[in-house]
Ligand binder design. Structure first.
Ligand code: ATP
Ligand code: MG
Ligand code: MG
Ligand code: MG
Length: 469
């Protein structure tokens, strides 16, 4: 059985053998796109190559791209712990053609890799195409010999990709693996397509048009290819697992979590170990790429991810900060492919440890407050917004953390009440401010205060065995 490491290499080698330049993953903080929170797909680093603004010395490339989907347009944070196929951090394997080969060759390369190199059984694979993309449907029929019922036509935007309101765009074709009866979920396009029986492994994007402002669409003179396949998903298939979290790489981290916490991976604790393993990866890679926990922007997304992991460490009964102790295992698993991870190891460990140490004290007390508040509620009453606000303001609970805890109890949150409490506090702060008399300074102060001020509790100065933190 191949390991994740071997599968990553086979993908890169296969496309290199077929004339593709091996290109390193770009960082998680996009260099060329301030509007994008984190790199969330392989094509991000090639955006300007696709539009023609940038030239590279090659017209075919292959990468394994670090991706984080924990905010913005693609947000899988709420899926982690609930589906078999989503991570906040994953590797997207991709091959790219910049005006070189197009649909037929992209389909042929993908099909041959899956069925010949990887040896997947053809009868377990099915594909989708955009509803009017007869060309793609014909190629699938000819090249792969797929029957019509396994080429599913989809009319939604799921199968039509665009870079933005204007610019390159085109139909997609997605490849699914059927993990078999007995797993809930229907084929793509069916009402229960969100189940985990038919799992999308690979998305082929055929960039064939240029969307112009005003609605018109033109054919691109040199159409391009962008593909993305989740390394963890294809590894699951190749290792005979249904679930991404059962592949070797994830299992080793999960086992480390069990070792460090002393809690076996079963029953009610299974989810906590998985969430910790996932969030360890996204947190560590984000720190390695220069993001540090903070109260706004990217840093706040990182803090939210870290605190969710820390809540699960608490559920495992961890008395001491534990997430940082898993970093060496992660570096063992992924430090070869991503040397930046090994280089940043001590910074990652320190950052995780400090955040967990700080959050620990308020976490315990906040959970107690939340427990007391929910005990007073009826079975399905929503949590009052002012309680969620107190957790946020005094105990450092990001709103999504509170919601995630409530989700486990099938309980809603009164979000309007939360917003009202937030507004009230801001107004009170403004009213209490006598001001310096200099309007510009005052405005600046309030802007800063609203961004980083008292709305987020940073923890007390805490004495630990190692001294003050
Ligand atoms: P899904 O519908 O399952 O959420 P997607 O359509 O959002 O997937 P794409 O944006 O097409 O995914 O990304 C290309 C590929 O990257 C997917 O086919 C899948 O293999 C992988 N992928 C996407 N999101 C994740 C994730 N959160 N965790 C792991 N792999 C992912
Ligand atoms: Mg998705
Ligand atoms: Mg999809
Ligand atoms: Mg897709």
């Amino acid at each position: 059985m191949s390991t994740t490491k071997e599968i990553r290499s086979s993908f890169l080698d296969y496309f290199a053998k077929n004339g593709h330049e091996k290109v390193d993953s770009s960082p998680l903080v996009p260099r060329n796109d301030p509007t994008l929170l984190f790199t969330n797909a392989g094509m991000v680093q090639f955006k300007n190559v696709f539009t023609g603004q940038e030239k590279r010395p090659y017209n075919r490339a292959v990468t394994t791209q670090k991706c984080v989907r924990a905010g913005g347009k693609h947000n899988d944070l709420e899926n982690v712990g609930y589906t078999a196929r989503h991570h906040t951090f994953f590797e997207m394997l991709g091959n790219f053609s910049f005006g070189d080969y197009f649909k037929d060759q992209a389909i042929e390369l993908a099909w041959n890799l899956l069925t010949k190199e990887f040896g997947l059984p053809e009868e377990k694979l099915l594909v989708t195409v955009y509803h009017d993309d007869d060309e793609a449907a014909d190629h699938w029929k000819k090249i792969a010999g797929l029957s019509d019922d396994r080429i599913i036509r989809i009319a939604t935007s799921d199968n039509f990709w665009s870079m933005g309101d204007t610019g390159p765009c085109g139909p997609c074709s997605e490849i699914f693996f059927d993990h078999g009866e007995g797993i809930p979920g229907g084929p793509p396009g069916s009402p229960d397509e969100d189940g985990d029986r038919f799992i999308e492994i690979w998305n082929l994007v055929f960039m064939q048009f240029e969307q112009l402002a005003g609605g018109a669409r033109e054919n691109l003179p040199r159409p391009s290819i962008d593909t993305g396949m989740g390394l963890e998903r294809v590894t699951a298939v190749l290792q005979g697992k249904h679930d991404n979290y059962d592949i070797d790489l994830m299992r080793h981290i999960i086992e480390a979590s069990a070792d460090v916490s002393g809690i076996a991976v079963d029953g009610e604790f299974k989810v906590s170990h998985r969430v910790i393993a996932d969030h360890l990866r996204s947190s560590s890679f984000l720190v390695a790429d220069g993001v540090l926990p903070s109260n706004e922007g990217r840093g706040y997304v990182l803090r939210r991810i870290m605190r969710r992991a820390m809540r699960h460490a608490h559920m495992l009964g961890a008395k001491e900060p534990m997430v940082h102790k898993l970093v060496p295992t992660l570096v063992d698993e992924m430090g070869d492919a991503f040397p930046e991870l090994a280089r940043a190891q001590s910074l990652i460990e320190e950052t995780l440890k400090l955040e967990e140490t700080r959050f620990k004290e308020t976490l315990d007390r906040g959970l107690k407050l939340l427990g007391d508040a929910t005990e007073k509620l009826g079975g399905s009453d929503p949590l009052p917004g002012d309680v969620a606000f107190k957790l946020y303001d005094t105990f450092g609970f990001p709103l999504d953390l509170t919601k995630d805890i409530l989700r486990g109890q099938n309980r809603q949150l009164d979000e309007a009440g939360f917003d009202a409490a937030m507004k009230k506090q801001k107004e009170a702060a403004r009213a209490a401010w006598s001001g310096s008399g200099e309007a510009a300074t005052d405005t600046l102060w309030f802007d800063l205060h609203e961004k980083v001020g008292a709305t987020e509790f940073l923890g007390y100065q805490t004495e630990t065995a190692e001294g003050k933190v």
